[in-house]
Design a protein around this ligand. Structure first.
Ligand SMILES: [Fe+2]
Length: 352
């Protein structure tokens, strides 16, 4: 059987340490045997030791309020439990074996001794912990980003559910936008503007485009027939009201994502010929993200059934987009859509 020292030396944390140091470290560990489905320690326990897996598989679990959720599985040579040891806080997760397992365990007392007496080990431990912290930060950021996206989408859905549009309208719009943006990224006119971040952002925030409709009275928003001129004037307010609400978000969180959200929400009804609303912007003065959402939203609207109109066929939709190119829509963006209509039709079918 391999000695503790020869097991440790295979790990980055201990590699290259001199023989005396590694022997000194090895002597501070105890081998502990666990059976399948045994709890090594539980969340909120006192952090009195850290562990290294020799063999077997273990699971790191966290309490969610609705039971335990697995964060990850760990195996040979992986370290766990060191954070609570250092911070002196209680365990932030539960560790349970999946299979029979053996681990090395070092108590707080021995660990503190080593840190004091073995400067090379403390230095290594410091680097290891810094890397581990950086990694957990990245994971946390990813989690926040996912929650952020989910929140934006569910907020947007609130408006849609009231509008009685098919629930998948927003799914389709964001898919159309992301596809269009990806196609346009290769076009010389847009290649410096439409970056991978732009494509990711338009996917996230395009569902917000009609968020201002929350402020439109039911009698107008849900009216089955054609709107009067006055009613239409009220509907038009949704881009201003929505823009104002995003502008308030920007006061607290001024970043690229929300600046794009503002441009989309305020300007998705501008027209290329300058006859749109609310600002009558013309041509290139309309932010490109708003030009993309405009055509995606329009395409989806004409393909949808409303109480006052039948849906267009794909052929009719194609003709409509072509005839409005350069009038409502940026001709380059319209052309990008027309040249890959099969993909747009696939998205339409997938989410309908
Ligand atoms: Fe709108």
């Amino acid at each position: 059987m391999e000695s503790i020292a020869s097991f440790l030396i295979q790990m980055d944390l201990f590699a290259g340490l001199d023989e005396a140091t590694i022997q000194q470290i090895a002597s501070q560990f105890k081998v502990i045997q666990f059976q399948e489905e045994e709890t090594v320690f539980a969340e909120k326990d006192e952090g009195d030791a850290f562990y290294i897996v020799i063999d077997g598989e273990l699971s790191i679990l966290q309490e969610t309020g609705r039971g335990l959720r697995e964060l990850k599985k760990i195996g040979r040579h992986e370290i766990f439990g060191e954070m609570a040891l250092i911070s002196q806080e209680r365990r932030s997760a539960t560790v349970r074996t999946v299979t029979d397992a053996r681990c090395l365990r070092m108590s707080r007392l021995n660990f503190n001794d080593l840190i004091e007496t073995e400067p090379k080990f403390s230095q290594r431990m410091l680097t290891f912990l810094t890397n581990r912290l950086r990694h957990s930060d990245e994971l946390a950021n990813k989690e926040i980003l996912n929650a952020h996206q989910a929140l934006i989408f569910s907020l947007s859905n609130l408006v849609e559910s009231r509008d009685k549009l098919t629930g998948d309208h927003l799914h389709r719009v964001r898919e159309y936008c992301s596809l269009l943006a990806s196609n346009l990224a290769r076009h010389p006119k847009f290649q410096t503007i439409i970056t991978p971040v732009f494509i990711e952002n338009i996917y996230i925030v395009s569902p917000l485009h009609d968020i201002g409709k929350v402020a439109i009275p039911d009698g107008i928003l849900l009216k089955p027939g054609k709107l009067t001129r006055d009613e239409f004037e009220i509907i038009k307010q949704h881009s201003i009201i929505g823009g104002e609400s995003i502008a308030r978000v920007l006061e607290f969180c001024d970043n690229e994502t929300f600046r794009m959200a503002f441009n989309i929400v305020r300007h998705h009804h501008e027209r290329y010929d300058g006859h749109g609303y609310p600002d009558g912007l013309k041509g290139e003065a309309i932010p490109v993200e708003a030009r993309i959402v405009s055509i995606a939203d329009y395409y989806d609207a004409i393909l949808s059934k409303r109480s006052y109109k039948q849906p267009f066929t794909y052929k009719q939709a194609e003709e409509e987009i072509r005839s409005q190119s350069g009038i409502i829509f940026d001709p380059v963006i319209a052309e990008a859509m027309l040249s890959s209509l099969d993909d747009f039709e696939s998205i339409h079918q997938k989410y309908t």
